[in-house]
Ligand binder design. Structure first.
Ligand SMILES: Nc1nc2c(ncn2[C@@H]2O[C@H](COP(=O)(O)OP(=O)(O)OP(=O)(O)O)[C@@H](O)[C@H]2O)c(=O)[nH]1
Ligand SMILES: [Mg+2]
Length: 221
């Protein structure tokens, strides 16, 4: 549990359908008993992702807030973050002290990143179904996110994606920043990301939010 009152805010972005909501659900299941946590979801025209999380019962309903952006997903997390900030602050006021708030961006493209005024850390989720070229294509999500998740490794044989190529290209693009390979429908599930999130929450309050990257460690494939 965090020693101060300020929840760590972690943004989860990435292309449409890469598994952001599935990751949020898995993180809630892994962490909800040990951390005081809440979730903000972003969709353009609906509250689809929040509805999914509520139906799945991963958190009590009042810990999940939906933001309907009505505009490009990246605008609401990068350029005009007011609706998301309002949602985060409303959760903190209503629920009291929290350890962690996850903010899921609406699905976008490889250019989407979060404003540092909204989140402390960012996770970028891509999947292998788009082909093993995706990390090589770069873009700020792939190159600068604090953690890159390459999801749906179970689909790699079906789409002919070479996970070794993806690991090599991710490291070339990201240098020392970490990358993890996941399958959320099999092993390892979300465990490597849950560990990374625990480490972020456990960091002392005095640690600068936008610190230097942690030493290199690329898990898997
Ligand atoms: N095979 C497989 N399917 C997955 C995995 N993770 C997620 N999915 C499926 O991929 C689809 C999209 O997952 P979501 O979690 O909705 O993706 P998203 O990134 O939140 O999508 P948007 O919010 O619409 O951008 C769903 O049908 C998930 O069940 C995985 O590891 N393997
Ligand atoms: Mg989603």
């Amino acid at each position: 549990m965090r020693p101060d009152k300020r929840a760590v805010r972690i943004g989860i972005g990435g292309p449409v359908g890469s598994g952001k909501t599935a990751l949020v659900a898995a993180l809630c299941r892994a962490l909800a008993t040990e951390l005081r946590l809440a979730v903000v979801t972003n969709d353009i025209y609906t509250t689809e992702d929040a509805d999914f999380l509520r139906r799945a019962g991963v958190l009590p309903d009042d810990r999940i807030r939906a933001v309907e952006t009505g505009c490009c997903p990246h605008t609401a997390i990068r350029d005009d973050i007011s609706a998301n900030l309002d949602a985060v602050e409303e959760l903190e006021e209503r629920l009291g002290a929290l350890d962690l708030i996850l903010v899921e961006s609406g699905g976008d493209n490889l250019t989407a990143t979060f404003s540092k005024g909204l989140v402390d850390h960012q996770i970028f989720v891509v999947d292998v179904a788009g082909g093993d070229k995706v990390p090589r294509k770069g873009g700020p999500g792939v190159t600068t996110a604090d953690l890159l998740v390459i999801n749906k490794t179970d689909l790699a044989p079906l789409v002919g994606a070479d996970l070794g190529v993806m690991a090599r290209d991710a490291q070339a693009r990201r240098g020392d920043l970490p990358t993890v390979f996941l399958s959320l429908v099999g092993e390892p599930g979300a465990a490597p990301v849950a560990d990374w999130v625990r480490d972020r929450v456990a960091e002392p309050a005095s640690t600068p939010r936008h610190h230097e990257p942690t030493p290199a460690h690329t898990h898997g494939p």
